[in-house]
Design a protein around this ligand. Structure first.
Ligand SMILES: [Zn+2]
Ligand SMILES: [Zn+2]
Length: 146
C-alpha cells in the first residue's frame, strides 16, 4: 500500500531525523509545528510510513486506527499547549490541494492568524479541499465495526 520512504520527501526526512524538534514521537507517528503556522497553535501529525494522501487510505481497521491515533496525538498536544482555546480543528487537504505529498493531519487551536488563513482550510464540497478528520474517519471506518 505505502511507497518506500523517499529521500526527497520532507516529511520522511523529518520523521527520521534526530535533529528536528519534535513535539511527539512513537512507533507510528511524529508531530511537529507547522513551519508557517496559520493559527494560535498549528501542529502537524504525520505517519512515519510514507502514505502520500488521503486517497491512499482505505476502509480498513489498519488505516482507521492509524488516523484515530493521529487524532489522539494531535488532541492531547493541543489540550496540553492550548488548554483555553475555544475551538480546535483537525483535518486533511485532499489532492490537488495538499502542499506536501505525505499524509499530514493539520491540528489547529483557533483563531486562525491572520483570519484570512481560514480560506486555506475550507471544505469545497464536491471539489474536495479540506476534509475534517471525522468525515475521513467515517469514510474509512471498517464496515464490520458499525
Ligand atoms: Zn514521505
Ligand atoms: Zn497540508
Amino acid at each position: 500500500m505505502a511507497a518506500a520512504p523517499s529521500a526527497s520527501c520532507i516529511f520522511c526526512q523529518i520523521a527520521r531525523s534526530t535533529s528536528t524538534t519534535l513535539l511527539h514521537r512513537d512507533d507510528k507517528v511524529v508531530a511537529f509545528q507547522d513551519i508557517n503556522p496559520s493559527a494560535f497553535r498549528h501542529y502537524l501529525v504525520v505517519p512515519i510510513e510514507h502514505i502520500p494522501t488521503v486517497k491512499d487510505l482505505h476502509r480498513s481497521s489498519e488505516d482507521f486506527s492509524l488516523v484515530s491515533h493521529m487524532l489522539d496525538v494531535g488532541q492531547s498536544l493541543l489540550h496540553r499547549d492550548a488548554p483555553h482555546a475555544k475551538h480546535y480543528r483537525y483535518g486533511f487537504h485532499q489532492p490537488p490541494f495538499n502542499s506536501v505529498n505525505h499524509l499530514h493531519l493539520h491540528c489547529f487551536a483557533l483563531p486562525f492568524i491572520p483570519r484570512w488563513r481560514a480560506m486555506k482550510y475550507m471544505s469545497l464540497g464536491p471539489f474536495g479541499g479540506f476534509i475534517e478528520v471525522d468525515k475521513l474517519l467515517e469514510r474509512i471506518k471498517p464496515l464490520s465495526s458499525l
